[in-house]
Design a protein around this ligand. Structure first.
Ligand code: FMN
Length: 356
């Protein structure tokens, strides 16, 4: 019995295996509405039998999008468009998740293939929001959020969670990593507030924890809630594993079921280690120090590598991003290589035997 292809049940939801799709921005929605691109690509990960197809960073408000082409969940047209994608994924017996996000001071930027730079309001962008009026690298300074902005944004996350439920999603992952809004509040690198949302760790956690509490309240009790964190900023004096452990303990208390352990994104001058397991080590530390279900992500490419991460207790599930772009049916190949049984789509079953 492989670990990678053992099912896992979280709250009322069973996942057929532990090889999950990591969220990946596609910059391919119009007015936040997903279309054929998402149906075809996310659909392929479902026919490829990922245990969870986790859709990309999805804005809870228009100004929370990373780019003007990012998807959203702030209106009912978006719900309807997502439900078409979710229905297809469910038809394959696969679970569907969405990453709810607010990009804060890193919003209003171009797609990666258009350079990722700032898009000014005059060119279809918008004025961004952040904990403090300090820009990230060359990006302009955001408006420092006042209490009303904070309350409105917390409510927007809750409303988006309710819409995600109506779209049929099984899982919400909150994006609290990579230097986006929740992480901007957490990190001393980006949060220089002097009110109750800045300074001490308890104060810096106040906004993200309010988001988590509101989402947990709006999201059905039988459905899992995940949070993606950057476990470290990779800079002296920044967010680190110790603070992450304290944060994760609070998240667990609020009903978060799994921590997806990433890193970086808050500090422009971070020096990220080059070795293959640099992020897997972070997952292992968070899991060991909190006992919360943990996902590992980053540079996982080989079936035996994924299996070893699980078998050695470094994580409970693995998320793959770039390897799934190279091979959307990676879980089918992994099952073959590890000798695990997976039910292929009827239409594709002729491919299931590698012997002829
Ligand atoms: C094209 C692309 C888009 C991404 N978009 C997101 C995103 O929307 N949300 C997120 O949390 N991470 C995003 N990431 C990061 C991945 O989820 C993942 O953490 C990272 O690529 C490391 O995993 P890998 O080595 O398997 O690619 C993106 C990565 C890629 C390559």
């Amino acid at each position: 019995m492989t670990q990678l292809f053992s099912p896992i049940t979280i709250r009322g939801v069973e996942f057929a295996n532990r090889a999950w799709l990591a969220p990946m921005c596609q910059y391919s929605a119009a007015d936040g509405i997903v279309g054929d691109w998402h149906l075809v690509t996310l659909g392929a990960y479902a026919t490829g039998r990922a245990g969870l197809v986790l859709a990309e960073a999805t804005g809870v408000t228009p100004e929370g999008r990373i780019s003007p082409q990012c998807p959203g969940l702030w209106n009912d047209d978006q719900v309807q468009a997502w439900s078409r994608v979710v229905d297809f994924i469910h038809g394959q017996g696969v679970r569907a998740g969405v990453q709810l996000a607010h990009a804060g001071r890193k919003a209003s930027t171009a797609s990666s293939w258009n350079g990722g730079g700032h898009i000014a309001p005059a060119d279809g962008g918008w004025v961004t929001l952040g904990p403090s009026a300090e820009g990230f690298g060359p990006l302009p300074a955001p408006k420092a959020m006042d209490q009303q902005d904070i309350d409105t944004t917390v409510q927007a996350f809750a409303d988006a969670a309710e819409r995600a439920d109506r779209a049929g999603f099984d899982v919400i992952e909150l994006h609290s990593a990579h230097g986006y809004l929740m992480h901007q509040f957490l990190s001393p690198v980006s949060n220089h507030r002097t009110d109750e949302y800045g300074g001490s760790l308890a104060n810096r956690m106040r906004f993200p924890l309010a988001v988590v509490a509101a989402v947990r309240e709006a999201w059905p009790v039988g459905k899992p809630l995940f949070v993606r964190i950057s476990a470290t900023d990779w800079v002296e004096g920044g967010w680190d594993v110790e603070q992450s452990v304290a944060y994760v303990k609070e998240l667990e208390r609020l009903g978060v079921d799994l921590i997806d352990t990433s890193s970086g994104g808050a500090a422009i001058d971070a020096v990220i280690p080059a070795h293959v397991n640099y992020q897997i080590d972070l997952a292992e530390q968070v899991r060991a120090q909190t006992g919360v279900l943990t996902g590992a992500v980053g540079r996982i490419t080989e079936p035996a590598q994924a299996e070893a991460i699980l078998r050695e207790g470094k994580a409970d599930v693995v998320f793959l991003a770039r390897q799934m772009l190279r091979d959307p049916h990676w879980p089918l190949r992994a099952a073959h290589e590890l000798g695990a049984k997976v039910r292929w789509a009827d239409q594709m079953r002729a491919g299931a035997s590698w012997s002829s």
